[in-house]
Design a protein around this ligand. Sequence first.
Ligand code: 13P
Length: 334
Amino acid sequence: MSLEEIANYIVSDGKGILAADESNPTCGKRFDSIEVENSENNRRDYREMLFRSKGMKGNIGGVILFDETLRQDAKDGTPLKQLISNSGALPGIKVDKGLVPLVDGSDEVVTQGLDGLDERCSEYDSLGAKFTKWRAVIKIGDSIPSDDCINANAKALADYAAIAQSNNMVPIVEPEVLMDGDHSIDLSFDACARSFQALFDALENNGVNIKGIILKPSMVTPGSLSEKVAIREVAEMTVRCLKENIPSDLPGVAFLSGGQTELEATAHLNEMNKIGEFPWKLSFSYGRALQQSALKAWSGKSENLFIAQDELSHRAEMNKLAALGQWDIKLEDR
Ligand code: 13P
């Protein structure tokens, strides 16, 4: 498959991405909430449960993995990446190495991981990964985000994207504007707009093929400590921010959920797709907003396998409908 075919496939027909690339420490936080030990076997069992869910089929076009999972086998010896392919989804891999302060003592951060990235990508390509992810984090606060932060993260994202494409993998570029704080939706709009402008300038400078990438942005929302606004307002502001700042030859936008509830993330995506037709697909790349109910239902117990799989299947199906603008709250009654 060419880069363009991979990118188009992942977001085709309402399909989206299951972000299951929690690092081991982040997985530990999720497991703490259900009092499950963060062991390699438990991480395998949990992800095996997800990837064998019926609702992966037709709803999930790609699954982002952490390094461990790409190399891991299911209990019966089938590689986990094979379970993903069996469901019709493509396996992808997180390749960044986390966050460091932008400068000593700064609250702002930049993503590291460019050292040795070409070699790592070449190995991931040979292991069967079809796409990659790199997450940049932009914080909103007193006089931030600074231009330095936005530009440093845009440059790293663009350098990463060029390396991923030269290794035959589609880069998912993720400039996450955090919801943390009490900022207004206007400040979120401004931070997203500046991040997109800097990112697409840097991608162009690096000669990255825009038709072979997927953008994974935050939605434009007020801070998590601010009063919520109407679903329609989030949808309209997000669509306007994208229309004004991203190129039309981009195949797809797959949002992160960033701390929204499962229902909020679905409702927002649906509302955007109801606004009309866009040059790019508007879909999902949710971690928590796809997994939360499934994780809780599973709670580390094999007897809960089927109810947990039902939860994931349901969310995958609801988000596919949202990516087509066909979701309705009534469909949540089961
Ligand atoms: P959330 O949807 O839980 O924000 O996770 C998506 C993700 O991959 C963040 O990098």
